[in-house]
Write a protein that binds this ligand. Structure first.
Ligand SMILES: Nc1c(C(=O)O)ncn1[C@@H]1O[C@H](COP(=O)(O)O)[C@@H](O)[C@H]1O
Length: 161
């Protein structure tokens, strides 16, 4: 079965990236979680990016804060779709440093960038990519969407009381 690789620049990103781990677990999609840093572990970055697709990984979610070069560098070497999560790290410039580093990729090397700290959406997007060729996952996404609708309708009904 398809696996999602979830990597982050530092263990300080884990509280945010946990959102992706949790939502994918809810969809029964296997994840492989690791710390990889373009700046601090460049050899590991090369190895990860060049080999992830050989290990059954179908989509990579990469989260980083500050000068967040990790998602783009992974995308430059991997044939897999890369979803970038800008993380608002401790010393960030309100998260803009990370958002712009991940969002503004040059033509030819896309990174699907979610919102600041948007790891849950990154997990859903990864599940949707897998679901486009896996009926079982697609059904779980449909059920998830139904759940969102029920929740909003319930809140709407309660508001009218
Ligand atoms: N942006 C990157 C990269 C990278 O892009 O390779 N490696 C670590 N970092 C980021 O540095 C921030 C601070 O890291 P520390 O908390 O370890 O000092 C984290 O948000 C991490 O993602």
């Amino acid at each position: 079965m398809a696996k999602v690789g979830i990597i982050m620049g530092s263990n300080s990103d884990l509280p945010v990236m946990q959102g992706a781990i949790d939502i994918l677990e809810g969809f029964d999609i296997e994840t492989e979680v690791d710390i990889v840093s373009a700046h601090r572990t460049p050899e590991k970055l090369f190895d990860y990016s060049k080999n992830a697709h050989e290990r059954g990984i179908s989509v990579i979610i990469a989260g980083a804060g500050g000068a967040a070069h990790l998602p783009g560098m992974v995308a430059s070497m991997s044939p897999l779709p890369v979803i970038g999560v800008p993380v608002k790290s401790r010393n960030s410039i309100d998260g803009w440093d990370s958002v712009l580093s991940i969002l503004q990729m040059p033509s030819g090397v896309p990174v699907a960038t979610v919102a600041l700290d948007g790891a849950t959406n990154a997990g859903i997007l990864a599940a949707q990519i897998i679901g486009s060729s896996d009926k079982c996952v697609l059904d779980k996404i449909l059920a998830y969407k139904e759940g969102l609708k029920i929740k909003v309708n319930k809140a709407s009904d309660e508001m009218k009381k």
